[in-house]
Design a protein around this ligand. Structure first.
Ligand SMILES: Cc1cc2nc3c(=O)[nH]c(=O)nc-3n(C[C@H](O)[C@H](O)[C@H](O)COP(=O)(O)OP(=O)(O)OC[C@H]3O[C@@H](n4cnc5c(N)ncnc54)[C@H](O)[C@@H]3O)c2cc1C
Length: 394
């Protein structure tokens, strides 16, 4: 049976970091109307970075961003375990999975990403992706007794899972078709140093080769690589990237192109619709569209989107992009906009830890450090000022 509720106010679709930050920012900005968070997950909004780190290594189970009292105290209604199925931007309604229709004054899309799977793989137990808490717990349970893991894809998630599984004593093969881990994000030079780090920890890093199939009986047993090699596997983790969770917007008429297309404050292509976080493609300062999949970007966007939605003056919008990744005892950090195609100047390398400046057109555009947090952060002003690379190399 479907019901209709004219809840009105601001409805946030998604139960992750972007939803929580948007709701918090709304109350901080003294918005006094109704706020509803609609999530397809049963959990309170939680933090994802620990899922491939502390949660997987069984060091914590608590990743909740705010306790239930926070939502009660701030009069934020949580509708959990009942995701949005469709959006009608003319009627200003959402239809939820159980058929309930919810009215809104403004809707904020914060539905994040869906991990890519390999369609040709059979549906065997032991094959995992990692995006949510339940998936992390499922992998952790199997890692407890597993001896051999094959990780398909050496992006950030694949590398972090490799590090966590090694710590749990599992033999790990990391398979990456590109010439090095993280090659498409940070380039081959830094990728080579990351491969070195994993090899030093006993990971069998195999680059320049793909996966042609998996096989098993009651569960996965073997992975076959494109060069014909057969690998034992009790666990396979597919870490080949994600795509924006926008299927539910089919038929809404909203412009979607590698995420929900937005202007530079998060306004989508229909009135009263906004998008934030990993699912949102915002216009950048030079008129391009950028979709960022990093934690600190979310709070930055909430500080821009919420004032725009409430018709308030935004605080300063200038911030230097930042992300991190923990692999073993090495915190890899990137500040600015380093790209694989930049000229990379490695200025520190002790055989494990490293620091590199990224140069484009003679200017410093980013810094990437592995185990040099102080030196990474010290570069912030130079990156913000687009200083000549000579200022840092001098
Ligand atoms: C394992 C892992 C490790 C990470 N580590 C790092 C790190 O070390 N450093 C870093 O900078 N970033 C890291 N990130 C990225 C960071 O966590 C994300 O940038 C951040 O979670 C984005 O928040 P979000 O709210 O946009 O998306 P999400 O956190 O994915 O939240 C989206 C929510 O929307 C829900 N949803 C989806 N569809 C619907 C629907 N139709 N209706 C209702 N709800 C829906 C989802 O179930 C989910 O709860 C990591 C991500 C993962 C998965």
């Amino acid at each position: 049976m479907s019901t209709s509720e004219a809840s009105g106010g601001i409805v946030i679709v998604g139960g992750g970091l972007a939803a929580a930050r948007t709701a918090e920012q709304l109350r901080r900005s003294e918005y006094a109307g109704a706020i509803t968070i609609v999530s397809d997950e049963d959990h309170l909004p939680y933090d994802r970075p620990p899922l491939s780190k502390e949660v997987l290594r069984a060091e914590t189970d608590d990743v909740t961003l705010k306790p239930a009292e926070f939502y009660a105290d701030n009069d934020i209604t949580l509708r959990l375990g009942n995701g949005a199925r469709s959006l009608d931007t003319d009627a200003r309604t959402l239809t939820l999975a159980d058929g309930t229709t919810l009215g809104y004054d403004e809707v904020v899309i914060a539905t994040g990403l869906v991990p890519k799977r390999i369609r040709s793989f059979p549906d065997l137990p032991g094959i995992h992706v990692l995006r949510n808490f339940d998936e992390s717990m499922a992998l952790r349970r199997e890692a407890d007794t597993a001896r051999h893991a094959v990780i398909v894809g050496a992006g950030f998630i694949g590398c972090e899972v490799a590090a966590s599984l090694r710590k749990l004593g599992v033999d790990v093969v990391l398979v990456e078709p590109q010439p090095s881990p993280l090659a498409s994000v940070l380039g081959e030079k830094i990728g080579g140093l990351v491969a070195r780090l994993h090899r030093a920890e006993g990971v069998d890093v195999r680059c320049g080769v793909g996966v042609s199939g998996v096989s098993g009986d009651d569960r996965v047993r073997t992975v076959t690589l494109s060069d014909g090699t057969e690998l034992d596997a009790d666990i396979v983790v597919v870490g080949i990237g994600s795509h924006p969770a926008t299927d539910w917007l089919d038929g809404s008429g909203l412009e979607v192109d590698n995420g929900v297309v937005c202007d530079d404050v998060g306004r989508a292509s229909a009135p009263h619709v906004w998008a934030i976080g990993d699912v949102a493609s915002w216009r950048d300062t030079v008129g391009g569209q950028v979709r960022v999949e990093h934690w600190s970007n979310v709070a930055d966007q909430a500080r821009v989107l919420v004032p725009a939605m409430l018709g308030q003056k935004a605080a300063s919008t200038v911030s230097v992009p930042y992300f991190w990744s923990d692999q073993y005892d090495v915190k890899i950090q990137a500040l600015g906009e380093p790209e694989a195609t930049d000229t990379v100047h490695i200025v520190e390398d002790d055989g494990r830890k490293f620091l590199a400046y990224y140069e484009r057109d003679g200017v410093v555009v980013g810094v990437v450090g592995g185990g040099f947090p102080g030196k990474v952060m010290k570069t912030r002003a130079k990156i913000a000022a687009r200083a000549p690379i000579g200022d840092l190399l001098g």
